[in-house]
Design a protein. Structure first.
Length: 92
């Protein structure tokens, strides 16, 4: 597979099949927990909030979750992973 078409498929996978919603959900949950752990004193008022760290703490889980979904789709050769998963769950 050509590198250019692989990137194109990866981009399509990253914005389709519920990947953005799932990644956002993971980022909100994981990012909130990490922010409470890492910046709890700042969030509750005893230290200044580092806004860059706060934003990056939400961005990193989003990117990691999206990367995992895209790499799985590319490995299985199915950009439409969700429907494949749904079909396999219905068939069992």
């Amino acid at each position: 597979m050509a590198a250019r078409s692989r990137w194109k498929i990866a981009c399509v996978c990253a914005v389709s099949d519920g990947v953005p919603r799932r990644s956002l959900t993971v980022a909100l949950v994981v990012g909130t927990v990490l922010n409470l752990i890492n910046q709890g004193d700042a969030i509750f008022g005893t230290a200044p909030v580092n806004w860059l760290k706060l934003a990056l703490t939400y961005c990193v889980p989003y990117v990691v979750c999206t990367y995992g979904a895209v790499s799985f789709a590319l490995k299985t050769g199915s950009p439409d992973r969700g429907s494949t998963r749904s079909r396999s769950l219905r068939d069992t």
